[in-house]
Ligand binder design. Sequence first.
Ligand code: ASP
Ligand code: MG
Length: 408
Amino acid sequence: MALIVQKYGGSSLADAERIQAVARRIAATQTRGDQVVAVCSAMGDATDDLLALARKIMPHPEGRELDVLLSTGEMVSCALVAMALNAVPCPAVSLTGQQAGIQAGGFFGKGLIAAIEPQRVLKELEAGRVVVVAGFQGVSEDMDVMTLGRGGSDVTAVALAAALKAERCEIYTDVAGIYTADPRVVPEARKLPELDYEEMLELAAYGAKMQPRSIELAELYNVPMLVASSFTDTPGTAIRREVSMEVRERVRGVVYDLNVAKITVQSVPDRPGVAATLFEPLAAAGVSVDTIVQNASIDRTTDLSFTVARTDVRRALEVVKPVAERIHARGVTSNDALGKVSIVGTGMQFAPGYAARMFRTLADAGVNIEMITTSEIRITCIVNEAQVHEAVRTLHRAFRLEASGASK
Ligand code: ASP
Ligand code: MG
């Protein structure tokens, strides 16, 4: 008998029929003799709808009350899934984040799981029940409800799997796994049978629809993951420490992200402390800065460009403009019609020429590169938003990702 954590995303729980289908899937796992903890996201777009509702009351709702509101989305889906399970019949009980012992710290809206005290979950499992846990929420030291950031149910699921020493964490969604590229953009994209944590983390951080923190946790606690569709029975993508040698192709996938804006501070004096002066207040305002490029200085001044999420650009400009004035920069410009295109693969770190090939491919497709960043296993180009999809398609072809077997 194994303990399995299964997480169901919003699209898998979008209506009563889908919820009943999920309940049958969970019940089937239980019938095979395994114990199941099911972590649920809010139904469909419920979280977005609640956010929109709050913003009608006030444009910038206060964190504490917003978290109380948003956490209800997951409670609704959990209760319905537990009811559907009991109707199968398959004995089940729903638990809020607090009841499941999920303790969170940090800021409202972006809580971090501090610890899990899973006694209640264990007790229910022992009694032979499926435990349905509300994702995306925990409780602070002051007993306030805290949500864990968008996509946070993935984090809840992996953290629970780690705390319960589950055999694996299965993430169910509306696509059959992780693909070489978004199949809506590249129809010939291929599903990847397996990925290692490092690759999955880069793919998630640069565009694949998974909460990257969940992958970090899975790697840290060595929780094997499976990403699969709740709509079909096709095998998904396994994410684990070691992948088979033959699967270690050099480029594994192309991902993109359209939530990108660039801010340029012009003619910044080139002296020690200037970068710190600019970036410290951004950090304090909770704006996370991604790519940073500082140009060679001419006449002791330099242009400093960096990217932020497009959704953060207003806040970033509010912070940066007064600082730019103080340090006598010439001005601040911004461009929020940009996107990121990245190629990812563990094999790249031992083989030269991948960057050159990426740049050549983009040049031949007439795509101008605004900025470049790399990690050991990733190369990212910031390009015009309108050219992002075309860039993904040509890179997918150039690295022959439609063919299985190693790309050359
Ligand atoms: N419902 C939350 C969101 O939409 C959490 C999740 O789906 O994981 O972000
Ligand atoms: Mg959701």
